[in-house]
Design a protein around this ligand. Structure first.
Ligand code: NAD
Length: 422
């Protein structure tokens, strides 16, 4: 049953490798194993777009529904040059396991378009989004598959998805997509949710390891939605953010950064992160990961920690904000180093949890205060964290495999109850 990933940097193989270990530990029946290993359906779209110049171009897009066993598919839409069907497949499977880890009633899905948003105008991005959504107007739906933002997409993209879908079904349908602007059925606290969930996991991990939060040294790679919100919230909570990085490079400062100033520098003044006047040592975005710290938060992209560099990771807690930042081959090295891992499917699950809250609010047409959202998020994250640790202790496995086991167990139970429609 065990088939270790052949190509270390193939994220789909990385996702499969963890699934296989966890399925074996659980003693998952062969039939269920075969069912859960593969996606439910996938589609490739060739999206014709008129560029602003008038030239016609074809963009390639994908949507993968990995599972709708526990509820509608849920998963972001990524606009990036590196998007591939294997990446979208891996991300869709991770969504299934993530939603199950935090026990929200969704399956897993993901989508993407191969494009570089930094080289496209707003109008071109809008046309790609609308055509992609129109092609999937019968696939998407509040009870079928509910997209959200991911790398390269944002609340405006989600507003276009919602409008396009609404035009096709002839009625406003806010619950078809999450991560929307507040004025269009978005939820309070959604923007901060993934970063807040990460911080909640870090708080819990510190308690577990009997470490103090005040002055606890943190390095965060990625300063987008996830990384910047995690950094701002953790800074405000007393953590010391000593390393930051984005696509432009990394910056390390043992004395800690003033996060509101850094945020203003990057987002209001629109200046490159490594040029921040607060000082620090410049280095590559990858090298920032290998400075000594208490908590390391990779929150940018996949395959950052590999067999080539895992030995150099020098932290006590690795809390994953990105999906798949550590390859399955590197897991063993990290484990041998005794690093406490909060795996991606738990660490970054705050985002999909508040997306679930947004979907609930849209369907009720009744909106919650931010404090209610955050309180409910805290309940979900704390409970999920404890469940994963309990599985790790009971089954004597690492936290990552434990998280997969919690998830696979839940999805398999639901599948058995539903049975197979033949
Ligand atoms: P984003 O596009 O808002 O930000 C990405 C950040 O990473 C940017 O600061 C970018 O400059 C940086 N970056 C990109 N490539 C890099 C590289 N090679 N080295 C260093 N920095 C790099 O995206 P996001 O929404 O913050 O998502 C980040 C990660 O978190 C992704 O893996 C995504 O799948 C995952 N995630 C996002 C959410 C969410 O709610 N947005 C939820 C769960 C997981």
């Amino acid at each position: 049953m065990l088939a270790p990933a052949q190509d270390e940097l193939n994220v789909y193989q990385s996702a499969e490798a963890r699934f296989e270990i966890a399925a074996q530990k659980l003693g998952l029946e062969d039939g269920l194993y075969r069912y859960l290993k593969v996606p439910s359906k996938e589609v490739t779209l060739y999206i014709p777009i008129a560029r602003d110049s008038g030239q016609l171009e074809i963009f390639i897009g994908y949507r993968v529904l990995h599972s709708s066993i526990r509820g509608p598919g849920k998963g972001g839409i990524r606009f990036a040059p590196e998007v591939s069907i294997d990446e979208v497949r891996a991300l869709a499977a991770w969504m299934t396991w993530k939603c199950a880890v935090v026990n929200i009633p969704f399956g897993g899905a993901k989508g993407g378009v191969i494009c570089d948003p930094s080289k496209l105008s707003r109008g071109e991005l809008e046309r790609i989004t609308r055509r992609y959504t129109a092609e999937l107007s019968e696939w998407f739906g509040p009870e079928r598959d509910v997209p959200a933002p991911d790398i390269g997409t944002n609340d405006q993209t989600m507003a276009w998805v919602m409008d396009t879908y609404a035009m096709h079904v002839r009625q406003a349908t806010t619950a078809v997509v999450t991560g929307k602007p507040l004025d269009l059925g978005g939820s309070q606290g959604r923007k901060e949710a993934t970063g807040r969930g990460l911080m909640m996991c870090c708080n819990r991990a510190l308690e577990k390891l009997q470490m103090k939060r005040e002055g606890c040294r943190v390095i965060i790679q990625g300063f987008g939605n996830v990384g910047s919100q995690a950094a701002l919230l953790m800074h405000a909570a007393g953590y010391k953010i000593i390393g930051l990085a984005d696509i432009n490079g990394g910056l390390f400062n043992e004395n800690g950064f003033d996060l509101p100033k850094m945020n203003d520098w990057v987002y209001n003044q629109r200046k490159p992160l490594p040029e921040f006047p607060g000082g620090g040592t410049k280095m590559s975005a990858r090298d920032v990961l290998f400075n000594k710290c208490d908590i390391l938060v990779p929150a940018a992209t996949e395959n950052q920690i590999t067999t080539k560099n895992a030995e150099r990771v020098d932290c006590k807690i690795l809390c994953e904000g990105a999906n798949g930042p550590t390859t399955s081959h590197a897991d063993e090295i990290i484990e041998k180093k005794g690093i406490f891992v909060v795996p991606d499917i738990l660490g970054n699950a705050g985002g999909v949890t508040v997306s679930y809250f947004e979907w609930v609010q849209d369907r009720q047409g009744f909106f919650w205060r931010e404090s209610e959202v955050n309180e409910r998020l805290q309940d979900v994250m704390d409970h999920s964290f404890d469940q994963v640790l309990l599985y790790a202790e009971t089954h004597k496995v690492n936290n990552r495999i434990a998280a997969y086991m919690v998830a696979i167990d839940r999805v398999a139970r639901a599948l058995k109850l539903r049975g197979i429609y033949a």
